[in-house]
Design a protein around this ligand. Structure first.
Ligand SMILES: Cc1cc2nc3c(=O)[nH]c(=O)nc-3n(C[C@H](O)[C@H](O)[C@H](O)COP(=O)(O)OP(=O)(O)OC[C@H]3O[C@@H](n4cnc5c(N)ncnc54)[C@H](O)[C@@H]3O)c2cc1C
Length: 309
């Protein structure tokens, strides 16, 4: 293996893998440290209908498998390891430790994504892509003429509910408290929408269904009483957690702990670039993550070129 790679990419979702296609095709030696949960968020889902190039749709893991193959075809070295720590102190001689081994890189692309915060119910993981989702722009069209719930009380929950209301017959927002923390303007849109209703002071304590979601069990947080509600879909909108712990003190993070970006894909550290959901809390789509991967790779390539001259 190389003593020092031109580029080390941390993360192997659409952002990291696309970056790998671009860096390898630019003849840069590339190490992708993809994580033990390699492939990222799309490995959790079933059908992806909005990634260009697949008119019939494609299963999430199959799409990721193809992008990984494309990056490896051009020579990317792939490690299914988690990065435990990074040292970005010396520009151009960056250190990354994964599985006890230290790797050196002339440049770095951070693409570690942002984890959906799930409800952590026993049936939830099994039913992701089978009625459970965290992405209305991705999955709302699957719920035409269906009944769905959205869990949460912030702006993202309002947005998810509004998107879903264009497809579903009814959308119920389940919220733990008796008031939302979402902005007034988003709340107004929700309250004005005849398809959306709210179940206050309630928690989802179980998601029901074998092959697909058939209902949820709700608990009234005041009385402790439980009841089952028949439902076709559950959209969890209680937040995302960017995977940025390992960069603390190495690159600047914003107030939400996402990587802070300067000038497209540059971070606060010269030679360290960023791509995908780990800095983008707005779009959070596979295609936008892939596009950011392309941009970060091109910026890294240009930066490496400039350093040589
Ligand atoms: C259920 C679900 C369905 C979705 N459906 C769609 C859809 O239909 N269409 C669409 O466009 N988008 C969809 N999305 C959103 C899409 O999956 C994300 O926007 C996209 O995956 C973000 O890509 P990314 O590369 O930035 O991050 P991720 O896909 O999150 O990948 C991050 C990668 O970083 C790795 N990583 C994290 N920490 C470390 C570490 N310390 N060391 C090494 N590696 C690390 C992870 O293992 C992972 O490989 C969906 C998301 C979910 C959750």
């Amino acid at each position: 293996m190389n003593d020092i790679f031109d580029v080390i990419i941390i993360g192997s979702g659409p952002a990291g893998l696309t970056a790998g296609i671009y860096t390898t095709r630019a003849s840069l030696s590339t190490l992708i440290i993809g994580g033990t949960a390699w492939g990222g968020q799309l490995m959790l889902t079933t059908e992806v209908e909005n990634f260009p190039g697949f008119p019939e749709g494609i299963m999430g893991p199959e799409l990721i498998g193809k992008i990984r193959k494309q990056a490896e075809r051009f020579g990317a070295v792939f490690k299914e390891e988690d990065v435990e720590s990074v040292d970005f102190e010396v520009v151009g001689d960056f250190r990354v430790v994964g599985d006890g081994e230290q790797y050196k890189g002339r440049s770095i692309i951070i693409a570690t994504g942002a984890q959906t915060q799930w409800l952590n119910l026993p049936t939830e993981k099994r039913l992701i892509g089978r009625g459970v989702s965290s992405c209305a722009p991705c999955d709302a069209p699957f719920f035409k003429e269906k009944e769905v719930i959205v869990v949460g009380g912030g702006d993202s929950a309002m947005e998810e509910a509004l998107v879903l209301s264009r497809f579903a017959t009814s959308v119920k927002i389940v919220h733990r408290r008796n008031a939302f923390r979402a902005s007034e303007i988003m709340q107004k849109k929700v309250f004005d929408n005849p398809k959306i209703s709210v179940i206050w002071n309630s928690e989802v304590v179980d998601i029901l269904g074998e092959e697909k979601v058939t209902g949820v069990k709700l608990k009234d947080v005041g009385t402790g009483e439980t009841k089952e509600v028949r439902i076709d879909g559950v959209f969890v909108a209680i937040g995302h957690k960017p995977a940025t712990e390992i960069y603390s003190g190495q690159v600047e993070l914003d107030e939400k702990e996402y990587i802070k970006v300067y000038d497209h894909t540059r971070t606060s550290k010269v030679g360290v670039f960023v791509a995908g959901d780990v800095h983008d809390y707005r779009y959070k789509q596979a295609i936008t993550a892939a596009a950011f991967g392309c941009m970060a790779a091109m910026d890294a390539e240009k930066w490496l070129e400039e350093r040589k001259s």
